[in-house]
Design a protein around this ligand. Structure first.
Ligand code: BG6
Length: 484
């Protein structure tokens, strides 16, 4: 089991917001081996005391009212150390490699919490100082390029040094409890699998709506836009989990192979199809939860006029036997009316109605998998409204499974806890293999190229709304509607 956890970029936002809190929780739950050391590296100098204080402060901010409990903090703090050095500089890294990290028998997890443009020099340096070895694993996360080509360039610089099985590419959505539960729902219950195809499913909707704007990272976001920031990774990973064939086992390779097949079966969107099947939007000023918010172009760190999309809706098709004819509608946006992430599986209507009401009301079943803010599952079933009415009135009523109520008293771990724990256990099932990321980029690149060629503009939508009217039209053209 792992003994050293090296975080390069250990003084950055990702480390303080996600990594230390996740490691702290794992420590509290007794999931870290006694000998594990957490070694932070960044160029910023801190005394041991100041670094520990900063970590504690950030932890308190993250934990809200729950202050770190004293014994856990004591144990956690004893694991922590910080070194001010440039990890891409061999001479500087070498000192660490020959002192703190010199025991080659200890497993080593190295997390690159840095911008991807310095992955290559850091990995070269890790290799040059002898830290790359069989019992070492490398963790990276998005943005993994901005196109298939740039992803391949980043990836090649890693695979020159590491074997694929040593590289853990994080998509934090895969660590979310409900996302993992998708696997359970589909492959541990006999109820759904027979219905899970174009025989019974009319269409699927995947929505990830946020109320936040660009969150103080306008220049980065403006380069990416919603397509690269959310669709290429999070939404497409959800689509894979929903659409993949049952894997032979939970083994990483079996799961990755099935997800890859889905990505490769996606009908490419090119040329005119892009305009017909996608909608781009950008938020204008508006009001969210009673607060006025500026437009995307007027965000305080905006650096100019921009056509970048903060909203995207896509109608995707999967060309295989299971899914032919079933549209997968995906949409994501910033500054939307409310924050929610939901999957809607809409079943087909019955072929024949025996009840009078059924003919003119929505009589199809619907499964809603809610990822956030609350985590749960709702299955809508038609029920007879109690009473003596001869016309047999019916209503769609939901069977609700709220995770927090079904498992009272159990804390739902944050995505990074699961993912970091899995890296330590060398389990890459919930990570992305390179060929998946590449296939997802290929699909997204076609859309981005189509937008460019067709000069498809981002349509304005009011902050606090559900996106541009054209996104409603996108699904309405098929006689359907978004489930908001
Ligand atoms: C990140 C995106 O990957 O996911 C952000 O870069 C987005 O723009 C975030 O806000 C959403 O994550 P979550 O877990 O809050 O849904």
């Amino acid at each position: 089991m792992i003994c050293d956890f090296l975080i390069i970029g250990g003084d950055g936002d990702l480390a303080f917001r996600k990594l230390y809190p996740a490691l702290y929780h794992l420590d509290r739950d007794q999931c870290l081996p006694a000998c594990l050391k957490i070694i932070s590296v960044s160029r910023t100098r801190h005394t041991a005391k100041a670094f520990s204080q900063k970590t504690r402060d950030m932890l308190i901010a993250q934990l809200g009212d729950n202050k770190p409990d004293a014994p856990t903090w004591k144990r956690f703090n004893a694991r922590l150390s910080h070194y001010a050095l440039d990890a891409s500089n061999e001479a500087e890294l070498s000192r660490l490699a020959h002192t703190v990290l010199n025991d080659r028998s200890r497993d080593l997890v190295t997390y690159l919490a840095t911008p991807p443009d310095i992955f290559a020099p850091i990995c070269q340096s890790l290799w040059a100082v002898g830290l790359v070895r069989d019992n070492m694993r490398l963790v990276i996360e998005k943005p993994l390029g901005s196109s298939r080509e740039s992803f391949n360039a980043i990836n090649n610089s890693l695979t020159d040094i590491f074997d694929e099985h040593q590289i853990y590419r994080i998509d934090h959505y895969l660590g979310k409890e409900t996302v993992q539960n998708l696997l359970t729902l589909r492959f541990a219950n006999s109820l759904f699998e027979p219905l899970w195809s174009n025989n019974y499913i009319d269409h699927v909707q995947i929505t990830a709506a946020e109320t936040i704007g660009t969150g103080g990272r306008w220049p980065f976001y403006d380069e990416a836009g919603a397509l690269r920031d959310m669709v290429q990774n999070h939404l497409m990973q959800l689509l894979c989990l929903l659409a993949m064939e049952p894997p032979a086992s939970l083994d990483a390779r079996a799961v990755h192979d099935e997800k890859l097949k889905v990505l490769r079966s996606l009908a490419p969107l090119t040329g005119r199809d892009v305009a017909d099947h996608t909608v781009r939007g950008q938020y204008a000023a508006g009001t969210i939860e009673g607060q006025s918010v500026p437009s995307y172009q007027q965000e305080s760190d905006a650096t100019g006029t921009s056509g970048t999309e903060t909203f995207v809706a896509i109608k995707a098709s999967i060309n295989n036997w299971r899914w032919a004819g079933v549209p997968f509608y995906m949409r994501t946006g910033k500054r939307m009316q409310r924050r929610f992430c939901e999957i809607v599986v809409q079943f087909k209507k019955l072929p024949h109605a025996i009840f009078p009401e059924q003919a003119h009301q929505n009589s199809a079943n619907r499964l809603v998998i809610q990822l956030q803010p609350e985590e749960g599952i709702r299955l809508y079933l038609l029920n007879k409204v109690p009473g003596l009415d001869e016309s047999f009135p019916m209503e769609n009523v939901s069977l609700d499974l709220a995770l927090s109520e079904a498992f009272t008293g159990r804390r739902v771990p944050e995505a990074y806890e699961r993912l970091l724990f899995d890296v330590m256990r060398s389990n890459s099932t919930l990570f992305m293999r390179a060929d998946q990321v590449e296939a997802a980029w290929q699909w997204v690149d076609d859309i981005a190229d189509g937008w460019k060629q067709q000069k498809q503009k981002s349509l304005p939508y009011m902050a606090g709304s559900n996106g541009p009217a054209d996104s409603i039209a996108l699904i309405a053209r098929d006689g359907r509607r978004w489930q908001d």
